[in-house]
Every structure is written in structure tokens, then in C-alpha cells.
Design a protein around this ligand. Structure first.
Ligand code: PMP
Length: 431
């Protein structure tokens, strides 16, 4: 495959953009390095790169593009909104209508505030939980990603009840020590942490289904236990639904699981591909937010007409009956085919699939938490990633990411993908 233009653009990019990319997850470092592919245009389920190669896109821009690229309704909404001015700095009717749509779909979000990214949404829910409870500490789960604000870039210490260590340079130890990180799906570790720190914990931050060390569902009873124990200890439960919101049905995954948090953070899909975030929850808690209360949060671009219009158009399209069943069916067809092929080629592969999202791990073990995701074979993944890329299938360049099926992926696209997996596995197999 000729990727000459990507290679030369990468050299220019390295000179002027740090690392050549505007987000580290776009780099190919985790899959052996070299030039990432520079995309030129996208339509439906496809990408075309600068050299004219076509790819079936399973990245979906790390989640938001659930309707495929350049969806006509979203496109029209953006064009129409842009004709009336892109930013007012005043309230608009559309913001109210969109907040009403979100609340109808996710009833635990009694009151809502729009922001510009998932990072901002999560960051603010933490500040709000601290303002509401008067406590400082945060409990979170290892390997979950909640954006790049200081508090959530803190990793686990060496044992379940140790305080965090910074996961990034530039985060003060004084902040890291306010964060406790425990393994996902581990109720004993949760009990232990709460026994130790319970009366100091403002909130537990949860991905109700993990998307950030691959797709990892909660074990039965886990989310219920989180609610029960954290509430007993006087803390709040925050769901980070930045990935899961409107991904698996029309609403939050909290509605599917039947467990409600106190606060929810949203992003990605609700902007239809434009920058957005939102947070919300019980009115009594949201009343702490300025101008109603003492917790300050603001944004020049928040609730801008373009993002709101794109988000509304996206959600309207997603409300079509049967849409999510279709995504799930395709997700399962793909996952089942990959498992079958791995068996045929005697490769150690575990596929975690939930609805229209899946992760292919190179391991013979189940993946239920970060440690088991870390233990999967990154070199095998890198080899698989390259073999798929050469055949025009674009996967996220990391063993920790998900494949996202969009409404634009046709049965033929899924067939073509399965044929590519067959070829890739045949190259990887030494049977
Ligand atoms: N939370 C989760 C669960 C995410 O997956 C992400 C982004 N991948 C974020 C928060 C941060 O969102 P953003 O990149 O829009 O700031």
C-alpha cells in the first residue's frame, strides 16, 4: 500500500505539531511506530487517505461517529445553523430543547449543563461532588480513562488501599494523593477502600461499561454494589458515559443496567461529531452550580449553536426504531466470526463484544479488568493491526481500544472485514 503522502506529511507535522498529532492516541507508537495515516475525506463507513487509499472505518473518531461520516441530517443541521451565526454568548431555544431531549432519554439528569468536551464534563462532576459533599477524595478504577484533567490522570499505587501516583508529569503529588484507584469489577477492593477512606470520599467515578481498556462490561451486581456502598459511606456516584451514552440504546447505559448515578458526564455521540460535553444529575446537587450556587464552571463556547444542532440531528436519527438492534446484530456477527476464525487458525484470541462495540484481545484469558487487558499480547495486536490496515480496514491503533460499528456499515462491509480477518489470522497462524 502506498502511503507516501502520509509519510511526507508526517515529517512536516513532526516539525510543527508536537509528536505530529493533536492527540497522542492518534499516533502509531503503540503499534510499532511510523507515520500515522493522514485522512483526507470520509463518507459513511469509509475513509480516504491523502494517497487515495480507501478504508472501512471502525475507529468512528473514537466513538462519536455512530451514524457514519457526513451523515446527511447532521450535515444539513450544521450548514443551516452556520447560516444564522455560529456563536452568540446568549441562551438559545435549541439549548433548552436539546437539554429536554437528553433528560427525557436519561431521567437521572434532572438538570444539565453543556460544556465542550468529555474532559470538561467529568472534571466538573468531580468539582461538583466535592462542593456538594465537602469532601476531597475521589475513588476511581484502574485503566479507566476520564479525560486529561489532573485528578483523573492518577494511577493506582502498589496495593488496593494505597493512594495514587501521578500518571503524567506536571500533576502535583498533593493532587494525586486525593485519588484512590482500585481494580474494576473488584467488589472486595471497593469494600476495602471504603472501609479505609469511606468518610473522606466525595465520589466514585465509574465507566458503567468500560471502553478504555477495550470493551469490558461490569460483572453482575457490580454497579449495584458501587451505589450501595458509596451511598452508605456518604459519597456520590458519578457515571462517565462519555463513550456509553447513546452508544447502546437511545439514552445512557445506566437505563439498560437499571442503576442510576447521582451525576452523569456525557460527550462524543451527543455532539454528532462536533465538540461537546454535558454533565447533569439530581437537581439538589446541580443547584450548587453557578449562578445558582457556589461551584463555578463556565464556557465561552458551551452550548454553541453548531454543536447543539449537530447533536440534536444525531439524536433524532438515533431514535429510529430498531437502529440499535441492528448495530448489535452486526457487532455480534463480526465478533462470532472473529472467534470462529481464531479457533480455525488456533490463535489465542478473546473478543469482548457488547452491542455494536467490540475489542479483539490476543490472549487465551478472559479480560475483566485492566490487569487482564494489560496482560494481552501487544505485539500480536500490532501485527494484526498492520495486516488489517494493509487490507483497508482501519482499527484504532492500540490494543486497548474498541471497534465501533456505525449505522453506515453495511452487511458487505462486515463481510469484507471478516475476509480481512481471515487473511490476517492466516498470516499470523503457525498451525
Ligand atoms: N471519558 C471517557 C470514558 C472517554 O472515553 C473520554 C475520551 N476518550 C473522555 C472522558 C474524554 O473526552 P474528551 O476527549 O472529549 O475530552
Amino acid at each position: 500500500m502506498n502511503i507516501q503522502k502520509s509519510e511526507s506529511l508526517y515529517q512536516e507535522a513532526l516539525d510543527v505539531i508536537v509528536g505530529g498529532v493533536n492527540s497522542p492516541s492518534r499516533s502509531f507508537r503503540a503499534v510499532g511506530g511510523g507515520a500515522p495515516i493522514f485522512m483526507k475525506k470520509a463518507k459513511g463507513a469509509y475513509f480516504w487517505d491523502e494517497d487515495g487509499n480507501r478504508y472501512i472505518d471502525y475507529l468512528a473518531a473514537f466513538g462519536p461517529i455512530i451514524l457514519g461520516h457526513a451523515h446527511p441530517a447532521v450535515h444539513e443541521a450544521i450548514v443551516e445553523a452556520s447560516m444564522n451565526g455560529v456563536l452568540y454568548g446568549t441562551p438559545t431555544e435549541k439549548e433548552v430543547r436539546f437539554a429536554q431531549m437528553l433528560r427525557e432519554a436519561i431521567p437521572s439528569m434532572e438538570q444539565i449543563r453543556f460544556v465542550n468536551s468529555g474532559t470538561e464534563a467529568v472534571m466538573t462532576t468531580i468539582r461538583l461532588a466535592r462542593a456538594y459533599t465537602g469532601r476531597d477524595k475521589i475513588l476511581k478504577f484502574a485503566g479507566c480513562y476520564h479525560g486529561h484533567s489532573d485528578l483523573v490522570l492518577v494511577a493506582a499505587g502498589s496495593g488496593p488501599s494505597t493512594l495514587g501516583i501521578p500518571d503524567s508529569a506536571g500533576i502535583p503529588q498533593s493532587i494525586a494523593q486525593e485519588v484512590i484507584t482500585i481494580p474494576y469489577n473488584d467488589i472486595n477492593a471497593l469494600e476495602e477502600a471504603l472501609n479505609h477512606w469511606g468518610n473522606q470520599i466525595a465520589a466514585v467515578l465509574v465507566e458503567p461499561l468500560v471502553g478504555n481498556f477495550g470493551i469490558v462490561p461490569p460483572v453482575p451486581g457490580f454497579l449495584e454494589k458501587v451505589n450501595e456502598l458509596v451511598h452508605q459511606a456518604g459519597g456520590l456516584v458519578i457515571y462517565d458515559e462519555v463513550i456509553t451514552g447513546f452508544r447502546f440504546h437511545y439514552g445512557g447505559i445506566q437505563t439498560i443496567f437499571g442503576v442510576e448515578p447521582d451525576l452523569t458526564a456525557l460527550g462524543k455521540i451527543i455532539g454528532g461529531g462536533l465538540p461537546i460535553g454535558a454533565y447533569g444529575g439530581r437537581k439538589e446537587i446541580m443547584d450548587k452550580v453557578a449562578p445558582m450556587g457556589p461551584m463555578y464552571q463556565a464556557g465561552t463556547m458551551a452550548g454553541n449553536p453548531l454543536s447543539i444542532s449537530a447533536g440534536m440531528a444525531c439524536l433524532q436519527a438515533l431514535s429510529k426504531p430498531g437502529l440499535y438492534e441492528e448495530l448489535s446484530r452486526k457487532g455480534k456477527r463480526l465478533a462470532d466470526a472473529i472467534v470462529k476464525l481464531a479457533d480455525e487458525y488456533r490463535l489465542s484470541v478473546t473478543v469482548n463484544q457488547y452491542g455494536g462495540a467490540l475489542t479483539v484481545y490476543f490472549t487465551d484469558q478472559p479480560v475483566v479488568d485492566y490487569a487482564s487487558a494489560q496482560a494481552t499480547d501487544g505485539e500480536r495486536f500490532a501485527q494484526f493491526f498492520r495486516l488489517m490496515l494493509e487490507q483497508g480496514i482501519y482499527l484504532a491503533p492500540s490494543k486497548y481500544e474498541a471497534w465501533f460499528i456505525t449505522t453506515a456499515h453495511s452487511e458487505q462491509d462486515v463481510d469484507e472485514t471478516i475476509r480481512a480477518v481471515d487473511h490476517a489470522f492466516s498470516q499470523m497462524s503457525n498451525k
